[in-house]
Design a protein around this ligand. Structure first.
Ligand SMILES: Nc1ncnc2c1ncn2[C@@H]1O[C@H](COP(=O)(O)OP(=O)(O)OP(=O)(O)O)[C@@H](O)[C@H]1O
Length: 683
């Protein structure tokens, strides 16, 4: 029986086709399942097409489906559906091949690719002193890097990064990504490993027309139709691409059978959460009896979003998957073990610290109240330090130096703070996590078979220990724990804690994702610049490089506006929002402003542009509720919008502000407005 695979673009555009055409496409696809002889399907060769494998099928009076027939194997590929003339035009010069080294399916147009480099030759260049890095590869190496044979001459004509940039839009994406890795300094083998996670261990095609193994491969853009129900599902209107198509590297991480804990890291928008969700579904299918998968995050909003997405991604195993955020998790564990604890609110904490700093214990000590509280909240509490001796010997990365004598002095204040909290029967969030950790370590909480953690960069030491304690790390079971995070986005716990300190050893099982799906290359680059000069850690104490990072699409450059007054800023933002909404491509719910600014909000409202505040513990209502979104930078973490405006950008050295600006900028998919105030009034 023949197989049918559908291309990503068919799925994307299916909803725009007339209903009659959609029905015919269903019929065409069913026919492959039942009787795929060419006679019954009426596949017509297109004689004028460059690639002799191209066929057309009637799917309506004036509509044609372009199908690629295999020279070897029985897998047919439905690539494109359009009006007759447009469909023929689309396929006329393209080549459709299985790459014999990578095994992936590729579509390319040799003429357009060569033209892109020829255009560059008309621009005058200074003589290049040294051969461009890609020129140093032999034809065989270029082929091993995934370049189709027919495109090797186009690569040979590339003389510098600009040429390569121009050509890369015409290369099959995986070949472009591997060459990009090489251009960024990797060896060919490293680039294959780093960009694709190595090669699939399957038989490779024997000719470019051999499609016999395509269905077993991780394909970026093709999905195998597996029965009627599956077809209905993938062609339904609201299906998101990430649910069907994974990058080969993501797929490898999703199905990686590990003997110990693993780590996935990478900059914003590189598909970490997508990989985590698919992995959770993959693990849920392996649960026996009462076994459960736990997904936990730092922020409530992300856990709410993930829970909603998991219901769509894995409805059949959703009862095996629990999604919760760290604090809720700690609450549940403590509640089951010893009853409800009252969490100290900001006002409670203010009062506790006031009492501590005015008590006799504080007299004669030379610490500011802010410093004492920060030391407690960033070091003592999240690290679960309960004895003076531990405090005297501990590493306090990123905090101002304190001599041994000073540590002894300040410790007294922490003891007093804890005494005050206990007296008032209050517990801090970190205190709660500490208690939960102790409960879990004593075996008083049953734990989970598989644990997956997102936003790990914001987990303190105690939180990491808690995670280790509720996963089956000690039992030595396979796939016990998967931690996911990004050191560029540490906006809660600013003191990095290597996870090895909590006994989570991911050596040899740590991988970095590099392909950015969310943000245009222009925005990615700008956001990256915000953190320039800062060392970013890999969640395990080492510095992380961003070598080979790349977005899958381009867009307009971020717009930077300097304003000397609030009025100027309000005008700039309203004009920008109007421009976006009037363009017709961007709906109001796809625009987000951060941080909230009452003058801007009032001006938008009085211009007839409604606004919606993003609230804690609630998912964004999406297109069901129109209106420009606004929220703090913390609140919009984990979300994404077509357009984002940062309203308070400053060239600050403050680490937290820079991280928050990075997070805010990387929420934008296509448009980013950055407003900086030069002088003048403040809100
Ligand atoms: N394989 C894929 N195909 C298409 N889109 C994808 C794919 N993987 C991820 N995406 C999309 O890219 C965007 C970013 O993905 P995701 O949220 O998983 O990234 P992330 O690394 O967790 O980002 P952040 O750390 O910034 O929250 C989402 O819109 C997601 O749907």
């Amino acid at each position: 029986m023949a197989k049918m695979m559908l291309h990503r673009d068919v799925l994307k555009n299916f909803g725009k086709l007339p209903a009659k055409v959609q029905k015919k496409v269903y019929e065409l696809t069913y026919k492959f399942e039942s009787d795929s002889t060419q006679a019954s399907i009426h596949l017509e060769p297109i004689e004028a097409a460059k690639d002799k494998k191209v066929r057309s099928a009637r799917v309506g009076l004036d509509y044609r489906a372009i199908v690629i027939a295999p020279e070897k194997g029985d897998t047919y590929l439905l690539m494109h559906i359009d009006h007759h003339d447009e469909a023929y035009q689309w396929c006329m010069n393209k080549q459709f091949e299985a790459h014999m080294a990578l095994g992936t399916f590729q579509v390319f147009d040799v003429e357009l690719a060569e033209q892109s480099v020829r255009d560059a030759e008309t621009i005058e260049y200074e003589a290049e002193t040294e051969a461009y890095v890609l020129q140093k590869l032999s034809d065989k190496e270029l082929f091993q890097a995934g370049v189709p044979e027919a495109l090797i001459p186009a690569i040979r004509a590339v003389r510098n990064d600009d040429d390569f940039e121009r050509l890369s839009d015409y290369l099959p994406p995986e070949a472009g990504q591997i060459l990009f890795g090489i251009a960024a300094g990797m060896t060919l083998d490293d680039a294959l490993n780093e960009m694709l996670g190595g090669l699939d261990e399957i038989e490779k095609p024997t000719t470019p027309g051999d499609f016999s193994h395509l269905a077993d491969m991780t394909n970026m853009d093709l999905v195998l139709v597996q029965g009627e129900e599956h077809l209905q599902e993938i062609l339904s209107e609201d299906i998101e691409e990430w649910r069907i198509f994974l990058h080969p590297y993501q797929r490898k991480l999703v199905e990686w059978n590990t003997k110990g804990p693993m780590k996935i890291f990478g900059a914003a928008g590189t598909g970490k959460t997508v990989a985590l969700m698919h992995r959770a579904a993959w693990l849920a299918h392996q649960c026996d009896g009462d076994e459960k998968v736990l997904i936990t995050t730092y922020t409530t909003n992300l856990s709410v979003t993930i829970r909603g997405l998991m219901e769509k991604l894995a409805p059949g195993v959703i009862d095996k998957i629990e999604v919760t955020n760290l604090h809720q998790l700690a609450r549940t564990i403590c509640f089951r073990a010893q009853g409800q604890a009252k969490i100290a609110e900001q006002d409670d904490l203010k009062s506790v610290w006031k009492q501590v700093m005015t008590s006799s214990v504080a007299s004669g000590l030379d610490f500011t109240p802010d410093f004492v509280r920060e030391e407690f909240e960033q070091v003592i509490d999240p690290m679960g330090i309960t004895s003076e001796d531990d405090y005297l010997t501990m590493v306090r990365s990123g905090r101002p130096v304190l001599k041994r004598k000073q540590r002894r002095q300040i410790w007294k204040l922490f003891v007093e703070a804890r005494r005050q909290l206990e007296y008032r029967r209050l517990v801090t969030f970190d205190g709660l996590i500490h208690q939960a950790r102790l409960v879990a370590e004593k075996g008083e909480f049953p734990g989970y078979r598989y644990v997956l953690v997102d936003e790990t960069q914001d987990f303190g030491l105690e939180a990491l220990r808690l995670i280790a304690a509720i996963s089956p790390l000690k039992e030595g079971l396979n796939n016990p724990l998967c931690v996911v995070g990004d050191g560029h986005q540490r906006i809660y716990n600013t003191v990095p804690v290597p996870m090895s300190r909590a006994g989570i050893d991911v050596r040899g099982r740590s991988r970095r994702l590099k392909i950015n799906y969310r943000t245009s290359e222009e925005i990615r680059n700008w956001a990256h610049g915000v953190l320039q000069g800062m060392s970013i850690d890999d969640l395990d104490g080492d510095d992380v490089a961003t070598q080979g990072d790349r977005s899958v699409f381009h867009g307009p450059k971020p717009q930077l506006v300097k304003c000397s007054s609030d009025d100027e800023m309000v005008d700039a933002v309203v004009t920008w929002v109007r421009g976006l909404t009037e363009s017709g491509d961007i709906a109001t719910h796809e625009i987000c402003l951060t941080p909230p600014n009452s003058k801007v909000i009032n001006a938008l409202e009085s211009n007839g542009l409604g606004t919606v505040e993003l609230k804690a513990r609630q998912a964004d209502p999406g297109q069901e509720e129109g209106g420009i979104r606004f929220g703090t930078k913390k609140r919009i973490k984990g979300l994404e919008f077509k357009a984002v405006a940062i309203l308070d950008f400053g060239d600050s050295d403050n680490v937290l502000e820079r991280f928050e600006n990075y997070v805010a900028a990387t929420r934008a998919r296509q448009q980013l407005l950055v407003v900086a105030k030069t002088t003048g009034e403040k809100e």
